[in-house]
Design a binder for this molecule. Structure first.
Ligand code: NAD
Ligand code: G6P
Ligand code: MN
Length: 442
C-alpha cells in the first residue's frame, strides 16, 4: 500500500494532538510516511509540536515528523493538507461573539455577524495556504475544516475554481453519533442518510438502517423530548457546557417543523431572541474554550515535553475525526464512499441556486466528489436557505471588491440581525476590531 505524507495546517490548533493520535490509530487503512505541521505562529505551534514529536516517536518511529513555519519546507512533498486554521485566533473569536451581543444580536463563531467577521478574516488565510500547496505540492488535496466553512467554500469556488480543496464539517457527524447512541447502534455507519442544506444550516430528511428500515420515527420521538441529548438522565445535568443547551434546543426546532431532523446550528437563526437572552455578554463560548480545551491541551503538551514521554490518558484520541481519514482514503483509493460534504449545488437540490455551496451526501473518489440528487425542498427551508446563502455570497462579494455596502447588506440580510441600523452599528465596530485582518472597505 502507498504511504502518505500529511500536513496539518494550523499545527498550533487545540485539535492537533488529538488529530495526530487519530491518524496513528488509522495506519492500517491510511499508512503514513510523514506527518508535518505548519502554522504562522511559531510559539503556539512549538508547544504542540514538541509533544507530537514525542508521541510519534513513541508510537510509530518509522514516521518522519517535521514542524515548520516556513511554507516551502512545510508544503513540499505532501499528499494531503488537513487545514484547521483560525485567523485571528481566540482573541478575535471572542470579539466576534461579544460585539454583536452588545446590540442584543447573536454572538457566535460561524453564525450571524460573528461568522461574517470570521469569514472576512479566513478567506485570505485559506487562499494563502491553498496557493502554497499548489506551488510546492501541486498534486495534493486540501481537506479543509477551517471555519466558517460555508464562506470559505464560496470564496474558493469563486476565486480558485480549479483547486483541489474539499470543505467538510464535523457537526452532522457528531449529531449522527448522538443518533446512533439514541438508537442503540454501534456506529453512525449503520445508518444511511439523506440530508440537504448549507453548512451549519441543514436537515436530515430520511434515515434508514442497513436493512432499509425507517429510523426517523424513533429518532423524532426522542428528539421531541430530549433534543439530541442521548440519555434522559443527562438531560438536566447542570455541569455540562453550553453545547448541552444546544443539543437540547433541537427539541424546539423540531416542534416548528417536524418533517425533518434539524442541524443544531439552526437555533441561532430560528430562536435568536432566546439565544441572546441565554448568553452571558461577558463570558462567551470562547471563554469556555480558553478556560477548558485550550488550557488542557497546552498543559498536557508541556507535560509530555517535560517528561519526554506521553501517558495514554493525557489526550483524547479525536475518534470522531476519523471522517477525515474516510475522506482521504476515499480520494486515495477511489472508494466512492458516501459522505456529507460541502459542494457546489449543480442541481443536487433541484429548486435551489445551482451555484450555491450546499451540504449534501456526495460520493468521494480520486477525481473529486460528486453530489447526489436530493430533489426539491419545501418552501420553508428554501426561503431560509436563500436568505442565508445570499448573506454568504455577499460576504465574498465584499471581500473581493472591498465594498462596505455589500458587507452592510450581508449583515442586514442575516436572519440574526433586526435592522439595517443595527447592522451598521455592528459593522462599524467590527471594522475597527478587524483592522489588519480584513481588506479595507470603501
Ligand atoms: P486554534 O486557534 O487553537 O488553532 C488555529 C491555529 O491556526 C492557530 O495555531 C493559529 O496560529 C493558526 N493560524 C491562523 N492563521 C493561520 C494561517 N494563515 N496560516 C497557518 N496557520 C494559521 O483553533 P481551534 O479551536 O483548534 O480551531 C481550528 C479551526 O478548526 C477553526 O477554524 C475552527 O473553526 C475549525 N473547526 C472546524 C470544524 C468543522 O466542523 N468544520 C470542527 C472543529 C474545528
Ligand atoms: C462544531 C462545528 C465546528 C465548530 C466547533 C466549535 O464542531 O462543526 O464547525 O468550529 O463546533 O466548537 P468549540 O468547542 O470551539 O465551540
Ligand atoms: Mn462545522
Amino acid at each position: 500500500m502507498n504511504k502518505y505524507s500529511v500536513l496539518i495546517v494550523g499545527g498550533g490548533s487545540t485539535y492537533t494532538p488529538g488529530m495526530v493520535l487519530m491518524l496513528l490509530s488509522q495506519l492500517d487503512r491510511f499508512p503514513l510516511r510523514k506527518i508535518k505541521l505548519y502554522d504562522n505562529d511559531p510559539e503556539r505551534q512549538e508547544v504542540i509540536a514538541r509533544a507530537c514529536e514525542i508521541i510519534i516517536h513513541e508510537k510509530a518511529p518509522d514516521i518522519e515528523f517535521l514542524a515548520s513555519t516556513n511554507p516551502e519546507e512545510a508544503y513540499t512533498d505532501i499528499d494531503f493538507a488537513m487545514a484547521q486554521i483560525r485567523v485571528g485566533k481566540y482573541a478575535m473569536r471572542e470579539l466576534d461573539e461579544k460585539i454583536p451581543l452588545k446590540y442584543d444580536v447573536v454572538g457566535q463563531e460561524t453564525c450571524g455577524p460573528g461568522g461574517i467577521a470570521y469569514g472576512m478574516r479566513s478567506i485570505g488565510g485559506i487562499l494563502e495556504n491553498l496557493d502554497y500547496m499548489e506551488k510546492y505540492s501541486p498534486n495534493a488535496w486540501m481537506l479543509n475544516y477551517s471555519n466558517p466553512a460555508a464562506i470559505v467554500a464560496e470564496a474558493t469556488r469563486r476565486l480558485r475554481p480549479n483547486s483541489k480543496i474539499i470543505n467538510i464539517c464535523d457537526m452532522p457527524i457528531e449529531l449522527e453519533n448522538h443518533m446512533a447512541t439514541i438508537l442503540g447502534l454501534k456506529s453512525r455507519k449503520e445508518m444511511d442518510v439523506r440530508y440537504f442544506g448549507l453548512n451549519h444550516f441543514g436537515w436530515w430528511t430520511e434515515i434508514y438502517d442497513k436493512a432499509g428500515n425507517d429510523l426517523m420515527p424513533r429518532l423524532k420521538e426522542h428528539v421531541r423530548k430530549y433534543g439530541y441529548v442521548e440519555d434522559e438522565s443527562l438531560y438536566t445535568d447542570p455541569k455540562r457546557d453550553s453545547w448541552h443547551a444546544t443539543y437540547q434546543k433541537a427539541r424546539d426546532i423540531l416542534e416548528l417543523d417536524d418533517a425533518y431532523l434539524p442541524n443544531t446550528y439552526l437555533k441561532y437563526y430560528l430562536f435568536q431572541d432566546y439565544v441572546v437572552k441565554h448568553s452571558d455578554k461577558n463570558y462567551t463560548r470562547t471563554n469556555e474554550v480558553m478556560d477548558g480545551r485550550e488550557k488542557d491541551v497546552f498543559t498536557a503538551c508541556r507535560k509530555v515535553a517535560e517528561d519526554g514521554h506521553c501517558h495514554d490518558d493525557l489526550f483524547d484520541v479525536d475518534n470522531h475525526a476519523t471522517f477525515i481519514v474516510d475522506l482521504a482514503t476515499g480520494i486515495a483509493n477511489n472508494t466512492h464512499e458516501r459522505m456529507l460534504l460541502i459542494t457546489e449545488n449543480k442541481g443536487a437540490i433541484a429548486n435551489f441556486d445551482p451555484t450555491a455551496m450546499v451540504e449534501v451526501p456526495c460520493l468521494v473518489g480520486k477525481n473529486g466528489i460528486e453530489p447526489l440528487a436530493m430533489g426539491e425542498i419545501p418552501q420553508f427551508q428554501k426561503g431560509l436557505m436563500e436568505q442565508q446563502v445570499s448573506v454568504e455570497k455577499l460576504v465574498v462579494d465584499a471581500w473581493i471588491t472591498g465594498s462596505y455596502h455589500k458587507l452592510w447588506q450581508a449583515l442586514t440580510l442575516s436572519k440574526t440581525v433586526p435592522s439595517a441600523t443595527v447592522a451598521k452599528q455592528i459593522l462599524d465596530e467590527l471594522i475597527e476590531a478587524n483592522k489588519g485582518y480584513w481588506p479595507e472597505l470603501k
